[in-house]
Design a protein around this ligand. Structure first.
Ligand SMILES: Nc1nc2c(c(=O)[nH]1)N[C@H]1C(S)=C(S)[C@@H](COP(=O)(O)OP(=O)(O)OC[C@H]3O[C@@H](n4cnc5c(=O)[nH]c(N)nc54)[C@H](O)[C@@H]3O)O[C@H]1N2
Ligand SMILES: Nc1nc2c(c(=O)[nH]1)N[C@H]1C(S)=C(S)[C@@H](COP(=O)(O)OP(=O)(O)OC[C@H]3O[C@@H](n4cnc5c(=O)[nH]c(N)nc54)[C@H](O)[C@@H]3O)O[C@H]1N2
Ligand code: SF4
Ligand SMILES: [Mo]
Length: 745
């Protein structure tokens, strides 16, 4: 499905060149052992950073050897995100710096003998070209038709530049492809979102319910540590997953649910809690609205009713409801994080929120705490111009409950169609490999083809770079400053990222790239600081510290403003919802013409001979981010497909055999994937880790390794509430006859 106009460039540029599942994934690198082996007793120099290998942003220390090469990264003991311990990926961050396949210099698309290719360019030339095209497109269509797709730290730098230019068309895949439905559902119910790091008080919980949230393979650091501690203190874990995950192996109860039926289980749990009086009556009475309506609504949804849908034993549904009640209010029905599954995800997460409300866990110890952020003032600069149109106007009338910008809404608006007058004409794509992150690749390719100009900022030659007009190579997080980390936690805190080494090759930090571009666009007034050091130091001074002090300590904590980590018992609380109460019956959903209380909808089933494709995380990788990282590919260099033994037998599949996959829309996987035969997956589903199957040859370790799940996700179920892209209604069958050479190219 390559487009002709924007030819994907696979050739080299001109002149440019498992952890065992149960148990061991909970192991961590002990900081002290590493340090001793490194320094041989001498006090080493260390530089503070926060990790960019995933979005948990653990703070750490970077150590160099005597030759000045970055050698090790270890956790910062004072950091509440990591408590001194990094996960395997964070430790492996050094590999991102060392990767010889990195982008090395700016590249500009050019045509030689009718073939598109890239040529090397200086920063000045590349940025001049970007500024020239942005000015032209801004003048012709309006600056707001220039959009930024971003994930990670660079977003604030490019966002600032773009806002100064007159565009607020900025989006990230971490909303509509990730946690959007939960934020919208919790906003509608409690008037507040979950945030990142999640405000779950796992440390002190007595019962943690994981619904397709596989903490342990999902390596979000502090969460796993707290889950480990909670288990040690006797907390019970209930895992609802069609797959026997690492979390399931640590659980008192594993409910191997038929995929796509979670709503039935959630409704049955509500039914059991209410019918047996196992809910927190005082809390429900004081804080909620809509209880009587909810009670009537869930009356028919008995465990026996749910059994027919979920295949879960009704007694098990009752026992687990009792387990939650016994732990209440120190119980967490975890909202999960990647929750864009079936298109009714906001409703499913509403059901999760309601269960937490019935159990009284919101605002209670061992449930959900109230996070607080450090107030970091901005270095003064002029007010941004008001954009002529907001990105929301590009998908006007849709996804009204979305509290962030919907990436796929903007992709759709990039493809000209009848009645659509707000088309995006240029994109900056920073730190997001859109061909792997957005489902329905054909649609993404149509949008790329419609663009007049595409700039990609990345560290690696990922697939998206192949479509760029200009590629701007960023240095890695170990070679740059970034903005102050200020996410909320039990205690407000900040962390800094300071370069441990000079940028390798001809790469530059995002803050420098965005500012240079801004200046070429005539936006000097928005950059009143000399450089990022001056800006950071000014901000830190306002907080009573300095860049000099932060270089020594890395992380600083501040006292909370009020003693409000949990609710004060017996006191009324004003919630930020329409009614001022926790809304069991949602006025927001009702106003949108959506069910005010969650309803069960049957989802598509696999056609005969097909299996539902489900996907998830591996402890040693973060999507495409780490796919080529030499340290991490040493641990795992391809994904495998989990197949139930019954299914393997039916198809004659052998463990270790390579097969291709074909989906319900007849899309054949580009590469082959190794079969893993295991009882740990239900017979009706197959499972693989997301982030593999790369088709850019410049990724010497990642190319052709495994299958890209995104390729198989052509049936997208969009959530009408907030635009989330449900990705789990795709079905695959096995292709055993294919050209081996082609598959392992
Ligand atoms: N099929 C499928 N799709 C999914 C998911 C899934 O499980 N399956 N998960 C969804 C979820 S939960 C999320 S959050 C999104 C994630 O989506 P993305 O964040 O877009 O994920 P990646 O594909 O890892 O893209 C990261 C890109 O950033 C680049 N990069 C890494 N470090 C830096 C840096 O310091 N600077 C710059 N400029 N670039 C850098 C990498 O080389 C890579 O190209 O994907 C969503 N899409
Ligand atoms: N190591 C590592 N950790 C990560 C990441 C990473 O890339 N690598 N990414 C981070 C990010 S951005 C996110 S958003 C989170 C995502 O992490 P989570 O939100 O915890 O997990 P998902 O990836 O959505 O969950 C996948 C699980 O859902 C199960 N599942 C599939 N279908 C169903 C179903 O219908 N019902 C139920 N109950 N379960 C089902 C799968 O078997 C699998 O175990 O992980 C974060 N942590
Ligand atoms: S959880 Fe691991 S990869 Fe994510 S920020 Fe922390 S150390 Fe880095
Ligand atoms: Mo995510």
């Amino acid at each position: 499905m390559r487009t002709t106009r924007r030819q994907f460039i696979k050739v080299s540029a001109l002149g440019a060149g498992g952890l065992a599942l149960a148990g061991s994934s909970m192991k961590w690198t002990a900081a002290s052992t590493l340090l001793n082996s490194l320094t041989g007793g001498v006090e080493p120099t260390r530089t503070p950073t926060y990790c960019e290998i995933c979005f948990w942003q653990c703070a750490g220390w970077v150590y160099k050897d005597q030759a000045g090469n970055i050698k090790k990264i270890i956790g910062n003991d004072d950091d509440p995100h990591c408590n001194g311990r990094l996960c395997p990926r964070g430790t492996g961050g050094v590999g991102m710096y060392a990767d010889e396949d990195r982008l090395k210099t700016p590249l500009i698309r050019t045509t030689v003998d009718g073939q598109d290719t890239f040529r090397e360019a200086s920063w000045d030339e590349a940025l001049d070209l970007v500024a020239k095209r942005f000015k032209e497109i801004g003048a012709q269509y309006g600056p707001e038709t220039i959009a930024l797709f971003t994930h990670g730290s660079g977003g604030s730098h490019f966002g600032h530049m773009l806002k100064a230019f007159g565009s607020q068309s900025i989006t990230a895949p971490s909303f509509a492809q990730c946690r959007g439905p939960r934020e919208v559902a919790f906003l509608a119910t409690f008037g507040d979102i979950i945030y990142s790091p999640e405000r779950t008080d796992i440390r002190d919980t007595k019962c943690l319910v994981l619904i397709g949230s596989h903490i342990g393979e999902n390596m979000h650091n502090g969460q796993i540590q707290e889950m480990s501690d909670a288990i040690d203190k006797g907390a019970s874990i209930i895992t609802v997953d069609p797959r026997y995950s690492t979390a399931a192996s640590k659980s008192k109860f594993w409910l191997p649910i038929k995929p796509a039926t979670d709503m039935a289980l959630l409704l049955a749990w509500m039914n059991v809690l209410i019918e047996n009086g196992w809910y927190d009556k005082e809390y429900v009475e004081r804080h909620t609205v809509g209880f009587e309506q909810l009670k009537a609504h869930v009356k028919p949804f008995t465990p026996e009713w749910a059994y027919g849908i979920t295949t879960l034993d009704p007694n098990m549904i009752r026992r687990t409801a009792k387990e939650m009640h016994d732990a209440s209010p120190s119980v967490i029905i975890h909202p999960g994080r990647h929750v864009t599954w079936y298109g009714d995800d906001t409703q499913r997460l509403r059901a999760v929120a309601i269960l937490n409300a019935l159990l009284g866990s919101w605002g209670r110890r061992g449930g959900f705490y109230n996070p607080e952020k450090a107030h970091v003032p901005e270095f003064p600069f002029p007010a941004f111009p008001k954009p002529a149109r907001t990105p929301r106007e590009s998908y006007a009338g849709k996804y009204n409950l979305a509290n962030e910008v919907v990436s796929n809404g903007m992709v759709d608006a990039t493809i000209p169609s009848e009645g659509n007058t707000f088309n995006f004409k240029a994109w900056i794509v920073n730190g997001t490999n859109l061909l792997a992150s957005l489902p329905n690749q054909a649609n993404t390719l149509k949008a790329l083809d419609a663009l007049e100009f595409l700039v990609v900022v990345d560290t690696m030659p990922m697939e998206i770079t192949g479509y760029a007009d200009v590629i701007l190579p960023e240095c890695t997080y170990l070679e740059r400053y970034d903005m102050i980390r200020k996410s909320g936690h039990r205690e407000p805190n900040i962390a800094v990222r300071v370069p441990a080494a000079e940028p390798k090759y001809n790469t530059k930090p995002a803050d420098w790239i965005a500012r240079e571009l801004g200046i070429k666009l005539g936006l000097e007034a928005f950059y009143p600081w000399k450089d990022i050091e001056e800006m950071l130091d000014w901000q830190l001074q306002q907080l009573g510290t300095s860049l000099e002090e932060m270089k020594r300590i890395g992380v600083k904590k501040f006292p909370r403003e009020f003693d409000d980590l949990y609710f004060t018992e017996g006191q009324d609380i004003s919630f930020n919802t329409n009614s001022g109460k926790i809304e069991l019956y949602s006025s927001d959903m009702e106003a949108e013409g959506l069910p005010p209380m969650p309803v069960y909808t049957a989802h598509e089933e696999p056609p005969s001979g097909y299996y539902r494709l489900i996907y998830g995380r591996a402890p040693m990788h973060t999507f495409s981010r780490t796919a080529n990282n030499p340290n991490l590919t040493d641990l795992m260099d391809e994904n495998v497909i989990w197949v139930n033994p019954k299914v393997a037998k039916l198809w004659g599949l052998k463990a270790g055999q390579y097969i291709k996959l074909r989906n319900q829309d007849d899309v054949l996987s580009t590469f082959a994937i190794k079969v893993r035969v295991t009882e740990r997956i239900r017979w009706d589903s197959v499972y693989m880790v997301h982030g593999f199957g790369h088709d850019n040859k410049k990724l010497s370790r990642a190319f052709g390794r495994g299958v890209n799940d995104t390729e198989m996700i052509t049936n997208v179920k969009v959530d009408p509430a907030m635009g989330g892209t449900g990705m789990r209604s795709n079905f695959v069958t096995f292709v055993t006859e294919f050209d081996e050479k082609e598959a392992k190219a």
